[in-house]
Design a protein around this ligand. Structure first.
Ligand SMILES: Cc1cc2nc3c(=O)[nH]c(=O)nc-3n(C[C@H](O)[C@H](O)[C@H](O)COP(=O)(O)OP(=O)(O)OC[C@H]3O[C@@H](n4cnc5c(N)ncnc54)[C@H](O)[C@@H]3O)c2cc1C
Length: 449
């Protein structure tokens, strides 16, 4: 069995530790921050995330799906809020499938506790990775107290997030890397529950206020509240406000009144929160290769940081862990060179695909979900899927409710666009979308495109 160093005990590092511990490896996890079960590393903020099918597949394979499920809220539909406060509920699937909202901090704490149950796992907090010897899998850490720790291992995994120190070291060799900040930043705002703990909005929906150039969304927490996230350009344009023009109390008040009026009464301290909470940026990181010498590998955001609009960053990282585990089953636990080379070759194209898919979903969420043509397309797709499930699985379902590789889903999604473009161009499609003619035409196109 091997000695494994995991750098980063976040969402992915903690699950990876469980997978590798179950296989009998000696696992040491080194985390820069303090133990989130003892100190509030999330600074009191209730950031939440969505776990979807791929995440569950991995959590189940690691044997921790039940403990995670207990802290989630199922979400079955998008609820769109227009400027006038009208609501439009659009289910995520035709067969009542859900995605699951979970608190980031709570999930991390659970997985660390599960990892620590294995006698062959040791968690080391307040250890910041400073350097990695890529030839020998030796990692160097600076402890909070100031002393330096050198750790020898057989394999080092960098699960240390978008600004990975492990990747930093890999970049000194033959390494391709790109980092792209999108124009939009985000700010989180907590929506409280009613005084009796009941939610103020339907908790089984992801609430979206799409406003074309910017948007807000709200995801339920287990305490009846919601985490709201406002996505908006950092710098205003002639079309849209930006964080730079929504700064003073007067500007904030006017902005929410104009664009999110129905949210104002349910978040009484919205203005204070907006002015107090930090503005954060969103980065896309692509890199190659994901492993060096069969000794050091990247996993999770360290390998593929993406924008959060498909809610798949963590799910993709969990799928990385599951794929790695499957490869170890196939090629054995003492064949790291083979396993890591295969892992990197299999996952890199999928990391790129989910990065592209996530950008695409941003346009869909902030813009298209309020577009009648897009809503009609959704209805036609649902109809087709219901009648011909073997011929049509909408892109969203491929990404969120299946194990189809992201790269294949992306390719199929582009084909769907071409088919739907033709279908939506049919005369009178708005009236006859449920009829035989539209169905026949769509199936014809499915065969020919
Ligand atoms: C607003 C927003 C919403 C999101 N929503 C979703 C969602 O709904 N669903 C989803 O699947 N994903 C979502 N994501 C993405 C998700 O948060 C990430 O993909 C996920 O956190 C990646 O996990 P990770 O463990 O790879 O990295 P991280 O969670 O960043 O963890 C990295 C860990 O490494 C530690 N670390 C960093 N540097 C060092 C070092 N030098 N030495 C030691 N330790 C170090 C950090 O302290 C941290 O604990 C969202 C992201 C954002 C920004």
């Amino acid at each position: 069995m091997s000695r494994i160093t995991i750098v980063g005990g976040g969402l992915v590092g903690s699950l990876l530790a469980i997978f590798l511990a179950k296989r009998g490896h000696t696992v040491n996890v080194y985390e820069r921050r303090g133990d989130p079960r003892k100190v509030d590393v999330y600074a009191g903020r209730s950031i939440n995330l969505v776990v979807s099918h791929r995440g569950w597949t991995a959590l189940r394979a690691a044997g921790v799906d039940e403990t995670v499920k207990a802290i989630t809220v199922p979400v079955y539909a998008r609820m769109m809020h227009d400027r006038e406060g009208n609501l439009n509920r659009v289910p995520y699937s035709i067969d009542n499938k859900a995605i699951y909202s979970v608190s980031r901090g709570e999930l991390n704490r659970r997985l660390l506790t599960e990892a620590e149950k294995f006698p062959n796992v040791t968690l080391h907090f307040d250890h910041r990775c400073m350097d990695v010897d890529l030839q020998n899998a030796t990692a160097h850490f600076q402890r909070e107290e100031g002393d330096h720790v050198v750790v020898e291992a057989d394999v080092v995994f960098g699960s240390d997030g978008a600004f990975s120190a492990v990747r930093q070291k890999m970049m000194m060799g033959r390494f391709t890397y790109s980092q792209e900040y999108i124009e939009h930043d985000y700010k989180e705002v907590a929506f409280p529950a009613n005084a009796d703990g009941t939610p103020k909005m339907d908790p089984q929906c992801l609430h979206i206020w799409p406003r074309r150039w910017f948007m807000m969304m709200g995801l339920a927490n287990q305490d009846g509240g919601f985490t709201g996230t406002l996505f908006m350009p950092n710098t205003h344009t002639e079309n849209a406000p930006g964080f730079d023009t929504v700064r003073t109390p007067e500007q904030v008040q006017a902005f929410f009144k104009a664009h999110f009026a129905d949210a104002l009464p349910i978040v009484p301290d919205l203005m204070d929160q907006y002015l107090r909470n930090p503005q954060s940026s969103l980065v896309i990181i692509r890199c190659n290769p994901w492993q060096v010498n069969g000794k050091v590998a990247l996993i999770g955001d360290a390998a593929h940081a993406i924008v959060p609009f498909y809610g798949e960053g963590m799910n993709a990282g969990y799928e990385d862990c599951k794929v790695l585990n499957d490869l170890l089953n196939e090629h054995g636990d003492d064949n790291w060179a083979e396993v890591l080379a295969r892992y990197a070759a299999k996952r890199k194209p999928n990391g790129d695909a989910i990065a592209d898919l996530s950008l695409r979903n941003f346009v869909e969420m902030r813009d298209l979900v309020a577009d009648p043509k897009f809503l009609l397309r959704r209805k036609i797709e649902g109809h087709l899927q219901a009648k011909h499930p073997d011929k049509w699985l909408p892109l969203y379902s491929q990404v969120k409710f299946s194990d189809i590789e992201y790269k294949d889903a992306w390719k199929e999604g582009l084909r769907h666009d071409r088919i739907m473009e033709e279908v939506l161009a049919m005369e009178g499609v708005e009236e006859k979308w449920e009829g035989d003619e539209v169905e026949r035409r769509a199936l014809e196109l499915v065969r020919s495109i």
